[in-house]
Design a protein around this ligand. Structure first.
Ligand code: AMP
Length: 215
C-alpha cells in the first residue's frame, strides 16, 4: 500500500514510470476485445477487475468468495478494499515478472479494465496506488450490448450473462459509473469511443489516443 513520508501519502507506483490506462464501458461494450488488441500493439499488461474478482471468487480458501459471487450475480460493486487490493497485487506481480523482459527500470504499462466503477475506487486508487494517464470509455447502445451479452452467454458460463443480471448491471452503470466518468472527464483524461462501430474502427481510435500517451 501507499507509503507515508513526512505525513504525506505517496502512491505505491510512480506515475512517471508506470502508465495506467483505465478502460470503461457497459457490459458488452467491447472492453475486453479492445484491450486484447492494445496488448498486442503496445505490450500492455491487461488487468480486468472482473477477471481478478472471478479468480478470487474461485480461489480455494478465499475469505471473499461468497461476497464476490453475490455482487457479481446481482451486478453490484464489490467493495473497494477487495478490488483495489487485487489490482495492486496483480500490478506488483506483473512488474516483478516482466522487469528485464520488455519492462526495464520499474517501468510498466497497464490497461485496467472495468475499473473504477465507483467514486471511492477512483479516489482511493489515485491516492494510494497510481494516477491514471488516460481513460478510454467504450459506449454502445443498450440493445447492442444486450445482443452481444446474450450471444456471449451461450458459451461464457458466466453467472451474470443473462437478461436479469444485465438489467442490474446497466442500472449500476448509470448510478455509479457515470459519475466516475464525469469526474475523470473534468480532469481532461477521457476519450469516449462509439463502440457500435466496427472492432477495427474502435481500435483505430483507441490506438491513436494511446500513441499520444506513450510518446
Ligand atoms: P465485468 O467482468 O467487467 O463485466 O464485471 C463483472 C462483475 O464483476 C460486475 O458486475 C461487478 O459485480 C464486479 N466488478 C467488476 N469490476 C468491478 C469493480 N471495479 N469494482 C467492483 N466490482 C467490480
Amino acid at each position: 500500500m501507499a507509503s507515508i513520508i513526512d505525513g504525506v501519502k505517496k502512491p505505491t507506483f510512480d506515475a512517471s514510470k508506470v502508465t495506467v490506462i483505465y478502460v470503461l464501458g457497459g457490459p458488452g461494450a467491447g472492453k475486453g476485445t479492445q484491450c486484447g488488441r492494445l496488448v498486442e500493439d503496445f505490450g500492455f499488461s491487461h488487468l480486468s477487475a472482473g477477471d481478478l474478482l472471478r479468480a478470487e471468487q474461485n480461489r480455494e480458501g478465499s475469505q471473499y468468495g461468497n461476497q464476490i459471487r453475490t455482487c457479481i450475480r446481482e451486478g453490484t460493486i464489490v467493495p473497494q478494499e477487495i478490488t483495489i487490493k487485487l489490482l495492486e497485487m496483480a500490478m506488483s506481480a506483473e512488474l516483478k515478472t516482466r522487469s528485464g523482459r520488455g519492462w526495464t527500470d520499474g517501468k510498466g504499462r497497464f490497461l485496467i479494465d472495468g475499473f473504477p466503477r465507483k467514486m471511492d475506487q477512483a479516489l482511493t486508487f489515485e491516492e494510494t496506488v497510481c494516477a491514471p494517464s488516460q481513460v478510454l470509455v467504450f459506449e454502445a447502445d443498450e440493445e447492442v450490448m444486450i445482443r452481444r451479452i446474450l450471444e456471449r452467454g451461450k458459451t461464457s458460463g458466466r453467472e451474470d450473462d443473462n437478461i436479469e443480471s444485465l438489467k442490474k448491471r446497466f442500472q449500476t452503470d448509470k448510478e455509479l459509473v457515470q459519475p466516475v466518468i464525469k469526474y475523470l472527464e473534468n480532469k481532461g483524461k477521457v476519450l469516449k469511443i462509439n463502440s457500435n462501430q466496427s472492432i477495427e474502427q474502435c481500435h483505430k481510435e483507441a490506438s491513436e489516443a494511446i500513441h499520444k500517451v506513450l510518446v
